[in-house]
Design a protein around this ligand. Structure first.
Ligand SMILES: *Cc1c(COP(=O)(O)O)cnc(C)c1O
Length: 386
């Protein structure tokens, strides 16, 4: 049997008629950019999250970059400012979180993560704050929301902004039931095809309750212009296509159901694999979506000392897995000039060496899931009950 790490073709098949209608109607009215479909999706996603404003942009990286600059950090839209502002970011995340910071001319200041959930270690944030620190960027990695209450307390104490990277956490809720991406000053989502809510190409959005941030980004994403050929800000081009927005509206109606399927799969993995001593599984939460503190399992990462052998074995059995992420960002050539060395981030090192992400997604079928479980048990010499 072949089990893809993530099967996107089935997502298309499930809703083919609705997706095809979006394509047809977009071509019929030929409203391709900044049209009604975008506006509707922005309103729908804002009400899904429970925030005042959502603005579609070209991708998740742009959503982060525009958020940072809208907050006035390393902002060169209206002025030249060469001071290196610092933003605190987890050492373990997808590289986009760091790149957004460096790309606007600020400095990413990494903080190690928890071994239990790979999220920023809140107890280590204060030590990383300097006089140049302007913001904290919590990343709701793998689909689990950070403890935002604690992060908000620190931000308040030191007068820092919060930019949430919610690119992997559409619909996740934190400890007190708030959705990821609703508690910071501003937050960024990605609609990359493989995310919990993904479009048919690149896409992203920012979410905020702050009218000023909304107004500035609305202008900036469209060449700094609200009125054609009048430019008040030296902006950029970063728009979410209407076609993608239409696709996202179709998928948004299913996100709760699709996240619930991920949760169900995670619970099955947990039930079936917890007897294997050599594996450490992600913490399990309630079995129902929208309960307090719900993980939405963008990935299901396990830790295993024999990770590479396990991955090879599963691959030989036709099972696709992934590593999120194999090389710490500070060890990438892209950051070879940075002052950060591995021994400052022992937990990140350990996760990169041991983590393996198992197939999970709304379209993973039961027989595929059972096959994955039985092959994992085979590898560790556990017998499968039939
Ligand atoms: C995917 C992702 C991004 C970037 O999103 P793109 O749409 O690919 O630009 C940023 N941060 C995290 C944590 C991500 O997983």
């Amino acid at each position: 049997m072949e089990v893809e790490f993530l099967n996107l073709k089935r997502a298309y098949s499930e809703l083919k008629k609705e997706f095809d209608d979006v394509w047809l109607s977009t071509n019929q009215d030929s409203s391709y950019l900044l049209g009604n479909r975008l506006e509707s999706f922005e309103q729908e996603f804002a009400s899904f999250l429970g925030v005042r404003y959502v603005l579609g942009v070209a991708n998740g990286l742009d959503a982060l970059k525009l958020s940072i600059k809208a907050l006035g950090i390393s902002n060169n839209w209206n002025q030249s400012d060469n001071q290196l502002d610092e933003i605190i970011v987890p050492a373990h995340t997808y590289i986009a979180s760091w790149l957004a910071i460096s790309d606007v001319g600020a400095k990413p200041v990494p903080v190690d993560v928890n071994i239990t959930d790979a999220l920023i270690d809140i107890d280590k944030i204060e030590k990383a704050i300097t006089k140049n620190t302007k913001a904290i960027m919590p990343v709701h990695l793998y689909g689990k929301a950070c403890n935002m209450e604690a992060i908000l307390d620190i931000a308040k104490k030191y007068n820092l902004k919060i930019i949430e990277d919610a690119a992997q956490a559409h619909g996740a809720t934190d400890k007190v039931g708030n959705k990821a991406g609703t508690l910071g000053d501003i937050s960024a989502f990605s609609f990359y095809p493989g995310k919990n809510l993904g479009c048919f190409g690149d896409g992203g959005c920012i979410a905020t309750n702050d009218k000023k941030l909304y107004d500035v980004i609305k202008q900036v994403r469209n060449y700094g212009s609200l009125q054609k050929y009048v430019h008040d800000i030296a902006g950029t081009n970063s728009r979410l296509d209407d076609l993608q927005a239409g696709i996202l509206s179709v998928k948004l109606k299913r996100i709760d159901e699709w996240n619930q399927r991920r949760i169900d799969i995670a619970n099955t993995y947990h039930r079936e694999l917890s007897e294997i001593n050599e594996l450490v599984l992600p913490e399990i939460f309630s079995t129902k979506l929208n309960n307090i503190h719900q993980h939405v399992y963008h990935v299901f990462p396990i830790y295993c000392n024999r990770r590479d052998d396990l991955q090879k074995y599963l691959s030989s059995q036709g099972i696709g897995t992934n590593i999120h992420y194999p090389i710490p960002i500070y060890k990438q050539k892209a950051y070879s000039n940075s002052e950060y060395k591995g021994n400052s981030f022992p937990v990140t090192e350990k996760i990169c060496a041991n983590t393996l992400s198992l197939p999970i997604g709304p379209h993973l079928q039961e027989e595929e899931l059972n096959y994955c479980i039985s092959k994992i048990k085979d590898f560790f010499g556990y017998t499968t009950k039939v």
